[in-house]
Design a protein around this ligand. Structure first.
Ligand code: GUN
Length: 243
C-alpha cells in the first residue's frame, strides 16, 4: 500500500523470484489512501481463494492502517511471512511450518557455511518482531546461548565483543564497527540502509569488521537474497499445506 520506494523494490524482487521458481503470483498495489476495510476485504477474498497458497502484505502500511489488525486477518495457513500471532507462537514452542524469512535466511547462511550454533555465544542487536525476536528463538532452538541487545542496552560493546555469532538488525548505518567484534566472530548483517548518496549499506561497518571477523555477510547481496529464497520456501510449503 502506498508508494514506499523500498517496498516497491522488495515487491518487485519477490515477484521476480516467484516467476523464476514457477510460482504464480498476483500483486495488488493499493493507493495509499485505501481504507482499512477495503484492505481487509481483499485479504478475506485471498484467504478464500483456492489458487492462492500464500499472502504477504508488504510493510510498512500507511499510518491510518493498523498493522496488527491486518496481520491478524491473514489466514495463518497462508501467512508466508510468519507474522500472524499463531505462527509466532508456534515458533516460540519450536513446532512450526513457516519461519520468518529473514531470520530463516540467516540460519541457512550459518548452516551452509558449516557453522555449528550449539553452545556458541549468539548476540543479536535489535529486537524487532520481524528479525530480532524470531532470530533469538531460531538460534535458541539450535542450542545457541542467546543475548538480545537493543537501544536501551548498556555497555553494548561488552556484549557484542563476547559474540561468536553476531547478528546486526538495528537499522542504523555502519553501527557495528570492527572494535565491537570479537576476533574470529561470524558477523551477519541484516541491515539495509540507504545513505544520502543513495548507496546501500548495512548496520555493520564492513571495512573495519572484515579485518576482525572470520566470516561476514555483505550488504547488498548477503542476507537480502536469502530472505527472498526463504519466502519462496514458505510459499512452496503453504502450497503443500493448503493442498
Ligand atoms: N517489510 C520489511 N521486511 C518485510 C518482510 O519481511 N515482510 C513484509 N511483508 N514486509 C516487510
Amino acid at each position: 500500500m502506498g508508494d514506499d520506494p523500498a517496498s516497491r523494490v522488495y515487491v518487485n524482487n519477490k515477484k521476480k523470484a516467484c516467476a523464476e521458481c514457477g510460482i504464480y503470483s498476483e500483486e495488488y498495489a493499493l493507493p495509499g489512501e485505501t481504507s482499512q476495510e477495503e484492505l481487509l476485504r481483499l485479504i478475506d477474498t485471498l484467504n478464500k481463494k483456492p489458487e492462492i497458497s500464500g499472502i504477504l502484505v508488504q510493510l510498512p502500511v500507511p499510518k491510518h492502517i493498523d498493522e496488527k489488525t491486518i496481520i491478524n486477518a491473514i489466514d495463518p495457513k497462508k501467512d508466508v511471512d510468519a507474522f500472524h500471532p499463531v505462527n509466532v507462537g508456534k515458533i516460540m514452542v519450536g513446532d512450526y511450518d513457516f519461519v520468518p524469512c529473514t531470520p530463516a535466511g540467516v540460519m541457512e547462511l550459518i548452516k551452509e557455511s558449516g557453522i555449528d550454533v550449539a553452545g556458541k555465544e549468539c548476540v543479536i542487536v535489535g529486537r524487532s518482531n520481524i528479525v530480532g525476536k524470531p532470530q533469538a528463538m531460531l538460534l535458541l532452538h539450535q542450542n545457541g546461548t542467546v543475548t538480545v541487545c537493543h537501544s536501551k542496552t548498556q555497555n553494548l560493546k561488552e556484549h557484542t565483543r563476547r559474540a561468536d555469532i553476531l547478528v546486526a538488525a538495528v537499522g542504523i548505518p555502519n553501527f557495528i564497527t570492527g572494535d565491537m567484534i570479537k576476533p574470529g566472530a561470524v558477523v551477519i548483517d541484516v541491515g539495509i540502509n540507504r545513505l544520502e548518496n543513495k548507496k546501500l549499506c548495512g548496520d555493520v561497518e564492513f571495512e573495519s569488521a572484515k579485518e576482525v571477523a572470520s566470516a561476514i555477510t555483505p550488504v547488498p547481496g548477503g542476507v537480502g537474497p536469502m530472505t527472498i529464497a526463504m519466502l519462496m520456501k514458505n510459499t512452496l510449503k503453504a502450497a503443500v499445506i493448503n493442498g
